[in-house]
Design a binder for this molecule. Structure first.
Ligand code: ZN
Length: 349
């Protein structure tokens, strides 16, 4: 029998100023009658409350549930709430946490999920994987891709700029992730999807090309970033795994999450990891660093708020976090000395 390659993609992606206003119409298109909105305390005032009103205007029953953590207890609670409310879809309105909790609760309850990001901080807004604590591992878990993504650039432009810079770091990191994937293909015979890989790479180079527009907070820059984040989610759906979007630089970020007393944002850590892993790959790491600097994303341990010791330890441990994921770290095998040389060589410490 031929191997079946199934790709689940969002059916509607709306990016632009004021698209939040179309939320009711989109839900009507999908014939939704009862929607549970998963949101946070601040994001409720930013967009959640407005979403409730807009759905109400279209005679869609909607209720909001507030979450302040992304852990399995919260996911269980939301899943139960969704079944009590007899929701026919879950809508995540927020940054990372609300989206992740809604996505995983929806997948577990067998319900569709709609993504309404209020910040552009990471590529989870359109992906099929969710990052939730309490899974016994630091990386994400497979859920389901959203049926719709509604990314209002006006709302995203008003979010703290740090989130935007972090989202750029997450997208730029694909330059290394795809290299790691190709390496796994050539050294281990792992499946490599040219299409998914190219899409992730293109997103990375487009965001680097738009660095100044993003820094200047131009509408065009935000749009490029949002489309890149959505495209990364699509690349993962096409690949059937996070491979095109997560390599050694993500392993470094996961290691920091475990080791740092106060980790930085996911995309900020991935950006710094990308500089160092690009050097290991023999890529133009200086250019990556310069683009991150233009955007205003961290490029050093100090800017991440993490000590030199923790960066070195994270570099050494990163390769062991996800043994099934072959990356440059399996080939190079950093020890404390070579890890410190690498971090110094790139000006990270
Ligand atoms: Zn990421």
């Amino acid at each position: 029998m031929n191997e079946v390659h199934r790709i689940d993609l969002p059916r509607a992606v709306l990016v632009g100023r004021g698209v939040l206003n179309l939320i009711g119409e989109v839900c009507q298109e999908f014939a939704l009658k009862r929607v549970l909105i998963v949101t946070g305390r601040i994001t409720y005032t930013v967009a959640g409350e407005r979403a409730l009103v807009l759905l109400g205007e279209r005679d869609i029953e909607a209720e909001a549930v507030h979450v302040n953590r992304a852990d399995m207890d919260t996911v269980d609670g939301v899943e139960e709430k969704a079944s009590q409310f007899r929701a026919d879809a879950l809508m995540g309105v927020g940054g990372g946490r609300s989206i992740d909790v809604a996505k995983l609760s929806a997948a577990r309850g067998g319900k569709p999920f709609i993504s309404v990001p209020t910040a552009a901080s990471h590529d989870g807004i359109a992906s099929s994987s969710a990052s939730v604590k309490g899974l016994g591992r630091p990386y994400s878990m497979k859920a389901k891709a959203p049926i719709a993504v509604i990314a209002d650039s006006r709302i995203i432009a008003e979010s703290p700029y740090r989130f935007t810079a972090s989202g750029c770091g997450d997208v730029i990191s694909k330059a290394v992730a795809v290299r790691d994937w190709r390496l796994a293909n050539s050294e281990r015979g792992e499946y490599y999807g040219e299409y998914a890989g190219s899409l992730a790479l293109m997103s990375s180079s487009l965001v680097m090309k738009s660095a100044r527009q993003i820094r200047d907070r131009l509408e065009e820059g935000y749009r490029t970033l949002m489309e890149a984040l959505v495209s990364c989610g699509v690349a993962m759906s096409i690949a059937g795994s996070s491979r095109p979007c997560s390599g050694s630089e993500h392993l470094f970020s996961h290691a920091l999450d475990m080791l740092a007393p106060r980790p930085a944002l996911h995309g900020e850590q991935c950006g710094v990891g990308t500089i160092m892993m690009a050097r290991l790959h023999g890529l133009d790491w200086r250019s990556i660093k310069e683009h991150l600097e233009v955007i205003g994303a961290p490029t050093t341990a100090e800017e991440l708020g993490v000590s030199r010791e923790v960066v070195v330890e994270a570099l050494v441990k990163a390769g062991d976090i996800r043994p099934e994921r072959y990356t440059i770290l399996n080939k190079v095998n950093l020890n404390p000395e070579s890890a410190e040389d690498l971090a110094r060589g790139c000006g990270v410490v």
